[in-house]
Design a protein around this ligand. Structure first.
Ligand code: ADP
Ligand code: ADP
Length: 228
């Protein structure tokens, strides 16, 4: 589904953020990218939806080189969830969630119905939480809204960059469990960045262990834990 072939990224200032990445992610697979800050995880993600371009190598989506896909079309196939949620503060939770279907050309009423379905899917009550504004939700609830928004266009791919990084540990565990249940239902192809090895192990079908711009290990959780 997603394939990296000898991908490197050197930023303009000379920083080599990732070096010679080759790996693939199967359809419906959840791969966690784990490693310390600054080892190239976010750079990897940004190359998948063409926020930045590789300096070398190629990335394929379903066999097509993404360099040949219009970035707007590409991003339509990928939900992106980041730590800083980026909800619109002056729109309600329901309106925030409905913005994506609206952008896709859905009618207002259909968009709101879809938004309500999505809120339910991520464990929020549309009647209770829908009319609230983002600052009237807890951090964990806001994070759920951003997952709902990422799912709104029903993209085959989800890119999640430390989505639960800003919530406290108890809520975090709860969100992780919910997210696993959600993935059972929706079966997206997911790249999920975390610096927390426990989170990587709990969520990942496979784990890419990063160190200094390289993937040092790419394997099932049990095998990553077993290795020295
Ligand atoms: P590119 O070479 O891919 O165009 P740029 O060097 O222009 O990338 O930087 C892209 C963005 O990343 C800019 O907004 C810049 O401010 C920001 N940026 C620059 N250096 C860093 C850094 N060390 N870590 C994170 N972001 C950075
Ligand atoms: P991670 O997500 O693992 O924390 P990043 O991919 O954000 O790592 O960064 C990898 C390396 O690239 C770091 O050394 C970072 O400072 C550098 N970097 C990230 N963005 C930019 C940029 N736009 N310009 C220059 N260097 C950058």
């Amino acid at each position: 589904m997603i394939r990296f072939e000898q991908v490197s990224k050197r930023y303009r200032d000379g920083t080599v953020a990732v070096n010679d990445l080759t790996f693939q992610v199967a359809e419906g697979e959840l791969v966690t990218l784990v490693g310390p800050s600054g080892c190239g995880k976010t750079t990897t993600m940004k190359m998948v939806n063409r926020l930045i371009e590789p300096s070398e190598g190629r990335i394929f989506l379903d066999g097509t080189d993404i360099a040949t896909i219009d970035p707007v079309d590409l991003r339509r196939q990928m939900g992106y969830v980041i730590q800083q949620v980026g909800l619109l503060p002056h729109k309600t939770v329901l309106e925030n969630t409905a913005t994506v279907p609206r952008l896709l050309g859905w009618k207002r009423a259909a968009s709101r119905t879809r938004a309500a379905e999505l809120l339910e899917l991520v464990g929020l009550d549309p009647a209770v939480h829908g009319p609230r504004y983002p600052d009237q939700l807890s951090g964990g609830q806001r994070q759920r809204v951003s997952v709902a928004r990422a799912l709104a266009a029903d993209p085959p791919v989800l890119l999640m960059d430390e989505p639960f990084g800003a919530v406290d540990p108890l809520v975090r565990e709860h969100l992780q469990n919910e997210f696993l249940n959600l993935q059972e239902t929706v079966r997206k192809t997911i790249l999920f960045v975390t610096h927390d090895i426990e989170e990587a192990v709990r969520l990942g079908d496979r784990i890419a262990v990063y160190g200094h711009g390289r993937i040092e290990q790419f394997d099932a959780p049990a095998r990553v834990l077993d290795s020295p």
